[in-house]
Write a protein that binds this ligand. Structure first.
Ligand code: ADP
Length: 428
């Protein structure tokens, strides 16, 4: 029972008792008691009528001036209404500010409900995605129909992004985020300018490397000839040094060209069968030659395990990892090359190179695949490194949906592993 009901009953009892007492004095206790109760009922009937009138006028105006429990109820309703009004004002001004700020943004924002229908969008979405008022409530996939976008949207991976070429020179990056109860927000950004700059950078590196290759080959060829010739005293050391440097430059240019190709050749076939056992045995022989028999190099390869990919690219990535192991392992160390099935069902394939070399401090590991990142630049150059080997490995693995993992301990050795997904393992 609420306080108000208790108060009303108490009042009723008081009015009835007061009537009965007066009735006892005048000799009519029953009649006067009933009259007391009636007086209570009439008083509250007027109060209810006043409240009804007030509600009809709208409860945001001041409540009627009524004494007693019903007056308290009217006062509380009015106070609650004013608090609600203040809250909705605050909410409205927050929404207004959000809409103002989002319409000032150059990124398009589209709110999509749990049924994939467009619920709201900001001004930039009109120009960037082409949304118009009649699109409200329609499925987003009716408007952005590109198969790549449809695949991306259906994958429904929170926070993921995709870049689509929408015209000859325009690229749009889409981000998808989940929120609320199955709703999503799609953020679209015009990335044409940064794409253009990236393309200029790529073209420059590709062209510069290409242009440097021919003169370098000529210089290198002549230096090679001079090395074999009977040079006057004092010329031998400089020519030898020039030959070494031109060899280094040739490797650098070759690696830059490889990287450029990996970045630009989207169409290269990465789905041909690759016979990994023979490829690894060839890499092992080359590693033995590079090591000049200073290391023990073991190969453990699972029979009949082959993958699909681009043999040239796979060869380049795996040999980079094996040759690094040779170059960063001191004489007498051991290098183990493994290729076998992995995963709980054994459906994936893992390539692994383990060495007993210098090892790498933990803070360097996340940056190893950056171009020209070296733990020890002097050591890398001395051993003929270009600083691009692991960048090439990373690109090749991305193109083959594979992942690189590095574990290492300083002074004990390193392990580089590449895991190829089940879809790349050839079923026999
Ligand atoms: P680099 O041509 O300098 O070897 P990479 O990109 O192949 O360039 O490797 C980047 C750096 O990672 C190397 O400079 C080296 O410091 C480190 N590194 C790579 N492989 C190994 C390894 N097996 N053991 C120790 N350090 C390694």
């Amino acid at each position: 029972m609420t306080n108000t009901v208790i108060k009303l009953i108490v009042q009723l009892v008081i009015f009835t008792l007061a009537g009965t007492v007066i009735g006892l004095i005048v000799g009519q206790p029953l009649v006067m008691g009933v009259l007391g109760a009636l007086l209570w009922a009439v008083r509250h009937a007027f109060a209810v009528a006043a409240i009804e009138h007030w509600v009809k006028q709208g409860i945001d105006i001041s409540p009627p001036d009524i004494d007693g429990p019903l007056g308290d109820v009217a006062y509380k309703v009015n106070r609650y209404d004013r608090a609600q009004a203040r809250r909705s004002q605050l909410l409205q001004s927050t929404i207004n500010r959000f809409q103002q700020s989002s319409s000032a943004m150059t990124d398009a924002i589209v709110i999509i409900d749990r049924n994939d229908n467009i619920e709201w969008w900001n001004g930039a979405a009109n120009t960037l995605i082409g949304l118009v008022e009649r699109d409200r409530g329609y499925p987003i996939l009716n408007l952005i129909r590109s198969p790549e976008f449809v695949r991306f949207y259906r994958a429904n991976r929170d926070g993921k992004s995709i870049v689509l070429q929408v015209s000859h020179s325009q690229y749009i990056e889409y981000h998808l985020h989940r929120f609320g109860d199955g709703d999503r927000v799609l953020v679209a950004r015009d990335v044409s300018e940064s794409k253009k700059i990236d393309q200029v950078r790529r073209d420059f590196v590709a062209n510069a490397s290409h242009e440097l290759r021919t003169p370098l080959t000529v210089i290198h060829g002549y230096l090679e000839m001079m090395m074999d010739a009977d040079l006057p005293k004092g010329f031998q050391n400089p020519v030898e040094s020039m030959y070494k440097q031109s060899t280094r430059m040739e490797s650098l240019v070759a690696d830059l060209l490889t990287l450029s190709k990996l970045e630009t050749e989207q169409q290269a076939d990465t789905n041909k069968p690759v016979h990994v056992a023979s490829l690894l045995s060839q890499i092992q022989q080359e590693a033995i030659a590079l090591s000049e028999n200073k290391h023990e190099i073991e190969l453990q390869c699972e029979e009949g395990l082959d993958i699909t990919g681009n043999a040239k690219e796979i060869q380049s990535a795996l040999s980079n990892l094996v040759f690094n192991a040779v170059r960063y392992t001191p004489e007498g160390g051991k290098i183990t090359i493994r290729f076998n099935r992995t995963g709980s069902k054994g459906t994936r394939a893992k390539f692994e190179v383990e060495d007993t070399g210098d090892g790498i401090a933990a803070h360097h590991i996340p940056r190893l695949t950056e171009r020209f990142y070296r733990v020890d630049a002097g050591r890398s150059r001395e051993s003929g490194g270009t600083g691009l080997g692991l960048a090439i490995v990373k690109h090749v693995l991305v193109r083959h949906n594979a992942k690189l993992a590095v574990t290492s301990e300083l002074g004990k050795g390193s392990r580089f592993s590449c895991v190829f997904p089940s879809k790349r393992v050839i079923k026999k």
